[in-house]
Design a protein around this ligand. Structure first.
Ligand SMILES: [Zn+2]
Length: 149
């Protein structure tokens, strides 16, 4: 699995050890955005010169900012739920699902889903449908769940 240090330049590991981003160097990367990626989503933080950024497990974003005056920095932000919802279509990450057994009325199955973005587990409403668009109750990430696969 790709971690933050795999997504950032080698200088990041050598010269930016005193930064909040460095503490996250082993975090699993969910998606890359901007230059060198197929997903052109604007950096959702205040920095003006971020040309590449990654969303990591836990819902944080780390930018690669190149300020013309002061050089590189790697800002860390908490990505807002509405942003996660907005980029959901680009993410294509499935919820992890776990079968809990038959539903109380015995007509279908009960499941536990775990959000791939913020790791929140929860039990969605039981349904007779096989394909359902589910939304994480914590971060609003949404994706279609195929209960038959
Ligand atoms: Zn979530």
């Amino acid at each position: 699995m790709k971690t933050l240090q795999d997504s950032l330049p080698s200088e990041f590991l050598e010269e930016y050890r005193d930064t909040p981003a460095y503490k996250l160097k082993d975090a699993v990367v969910l998606k890359e955005f901007g230059s060198f990626s197929e997903h052109q989503v604007r950096w959702p933080g205040p920095q003006k010169n971020v040309f590449f950024w990654v969303l990591i497990e836990g819902g944080k974003g780390i930018g690669w900012n190149e300020n013309p005056a002061t050089g590189w920095s790697f800002p860390v932000i908490k990505v807002k739920p509405e942003w996660i919802a907005a980029i959901t279509e680009d993410l294509k990450l499935p919820f992890k699902k776990r079968l809990l057994g038959a539903s109380p009325d015995g007509r279908t199955n009960s499941w536990e889903l775990t959000c791939p973005v913020c790791s929140k587990p929860w039990k969605p409403q039981t349904t007779m449908l096989s394909m359902v668009r589910e939304t994480c109750p914590k971060c609003s990430y949404c994706a279609v769940v195929d209960y038959n696969s």
